[in-house]
Design a protein around this ligand. Structure first.
Ligand SMILES: CCCCCCCCCCCCC/C=C/C(=O)SCCNC(=O)CCNC(=O)[C@H](O)C(C)(C)COP(=O)(O)OP(=O)(O)OC[C@H]1O[C@@H](n2cnc3c(N)ncnc32)[C@H](O)[C@@H]1OP(=O)(O)O
Length: 264
């Protein structure tokens, strides 16, 4: 039996941008009472493009799950053929500086939250997952992807530069060499190709199969102390988050991105 939990309303999560708040539910969160597994489902048709509101809801959902006793969380999509199309291009087209700032902050915060959860995470990638969609899946600990879709950081093909924390997330998952080849060419991998290089950990026939495989991943930790597990995760991922969040370069880079966005 699955119980629903409410995602924090956008207006409360980010009062400074009340004008942009939305009451629509872009993220569904359910927790299976029997298994203790949470499923976080993005539901922003047509392509789950990541706008400010969706990011705020996603961040809130993963943060709230930190206060629940869950076994793990699965990130997936309600759409038939798309996991997420990445950043909402409309957010990058002539935005107001405040909106651009809020958008980038929400993107970075969401990445940090998912990358750093105390509980295990799996992306059940049930559709195409370019750019920011790929980033979301890389923030999870494990990826199961349905056959015959595409995934990757294709920014160079769009004439844009993937921020260094996108790159760091890729390098945290596949080799430096493969990351270089993939990022410089803006490669989108098909599911089987992504599996071969380790960008995804398992392939699946369909969404149900992906969810079942995702659930199975959590059983690896049945005999593991959750605090020891989390501290180990932090040991492995902490440096990347620190670089992503605090450095001077990060601040400069963000200013640069916002500057680019507001000038286009
Ligand atoms: C991108 C230029 C911005 C320049 C600004 C530069 C500033 C610096 C910023 C630096 C940013 C760095 C990091 C960037 C990360 C990103 O995530 S960028 C976004 C990258 N995303 C993509 O490349 C995906 C593009 N979309 C697709 O490949 C396909 O749409 C799909 C996801 C595979 C789905 O295909 P299909 O099922 O055939 O549907 P479509 O008909 O193509 O699309 C349906 C409608 O959805 C709209 N749409 C698609 N993607 C997006 C998106 N990312 N944002 C907003 N809207 C999107 C598409 O236009 C269709 O709309 P309608 O025509 O109105 O139906």
């Amino acid at each position: 039996m699955a119980s629903k939990i409410f995602v924090r309303p956008i207006s409360i999560a980010f009062n400074a941008f009340r004008n942009y708040s939305s009451s629509s539910k872009l993220v569904d969160v359910s927790i299976n009472d029997k298994t203790g597994i949470a499923t976080v489902t993005m539901q922003r048709p047509p392509v789950n493009s990541l706008n400010y509101e969706l990011l705020i809801e996603l961040n809130g959902a993963f943060q709230d799950l930190g206060s629940k006793k869950i076994k793990g969380a699965i990130l997936t999509s309600s759409l038939k053929t798309i996991f997420s199309a990445g950043l909402d291009i409309l957010e990058m087209y002539k935005p107001k500086p405040e909106r651009a700032n809020a958008f980038w902050t929400s993107l970075q915060d969401t990445w940090i939250t998912i990358f750093n959860t105390p509980y295990p995470t799996v992306a059940a990638i049930n559709g195409h997952s370019p750019a920011g969609g790929c980033l979301l899946s890389l923030a999870c600990e494990y990826r199961v992807m349905v056959n015959n879709y595409t995934i990757g950081l294709n920014e160079t093909k769009l004439g844009i530069v993937a921020p260094f924390w996108f790159v760091a997330s890729m390098k945290n998952t596949i080799s430096n060499r493969e990351s270089e080849l993939a990022l410089t060419s803006g490669r989108l991998y098909k599911t089987d190709e992504a599996f071969k290089v380790g960008l995804v950990d398992e392939t699946a026939e369909n969404k149900e199969d992906a969810l079942a495989k995702a659930e199975k991943f959590f059983s690896r930790f049945d005999a593991v102390n959750p605090i020891a597990r989390f501290l180990t995760k932090q040991e492995l991922r902490g440096k990347i988050v620190k670089v992503g969040r605090k450095t001077f370069i990060y601040k400069i880079f963000r200013k640069f991105q916002i500057c680019m966005m507001t000038r286009i």
